[in-house]
Unconditional design. Structure first.
Length: 164
DNA sequence: GCCAACGTTGGC
DNA sequence: GCCAACGTTGGC
């Protein structure tokens, strides 16, 4: 990241029964490749806009109490997601296989902070300053979302973090 | 488990 | 290119 460029902020959803924030913390070097994104808009963010050093909120979806559990940073920018070409992967993409190349992109992220108290969706809904955050909008299914610096800081403020 | 919202597919 | 049908996401 050049000094002139400002950092970007993101939110990435994950289903904790598949891959939780704690799974990321336990991973070697607290780092993983974020494979399996199969939506073009989300892919485009990772391909075009994710930069090293960007901050990512890790959000658990599809659970009783959806919440932001931790923060990660981008350690490797977008590169081809090979799982699309692996028939054994749950993220296998028949069309990609036929073409012989994966149109899908992944990034590497490293966990940096854990929320001592995860910032829950309920909490966010009660917070007037979070009204416009994308994840709260109706039908916001996008699994990779941009977050404003203001919203990012608000979430930091709502849940105290512990450095990893 | 329900279902609204959304993305994708495919017939025409 | 339209749009109905279908599949998926994800909150509730």
């Amino acid at each position: 990241m050049s000094p002139k460029e400002s950092k970007n902020f993101w939110l990435m959803k994950t289903e904790p029964n598949v891959f939780s924030f704690e799974d990321l913390v336990k991973a070697p070097n607290r780092t993983t490749h974020w494979e399996g994104v199969r939506n073009y808009q989300a892919r485009n963010f990772m391909r075009d806009s994710f930069k090293k050093g960007d901050q990512v909120l890790i959000y658990h979806s599809n659970v009783d109490e959806p919440a932001v559990f931790g923060i990660a940073t981008v350690v490797r920018e977008g590169y081809s997601d090979p799982f699309a070409l692996d028939p054994k992967s749950k993220y296998f993409d028949e069309e990609a296989k036929k073409k012989g190349e994966s149109p899908w992109i992944m990034v590497d992220v490293k966990a940096t902070h854990r929320f001592k108290n995860p910032v829950t969706r309920e909490q966010l809904k009660k917070e007037p300053r979070a009204k416009t955050i994308m994840v709260l909008q109706r039908g916001a299914r996008l699994s990779v979302q941009p977050v404003s610096e203001e919203h990012f800081n608000l979430i930091l403020e709502l849940g105290s973090t512990q450095k990893l």
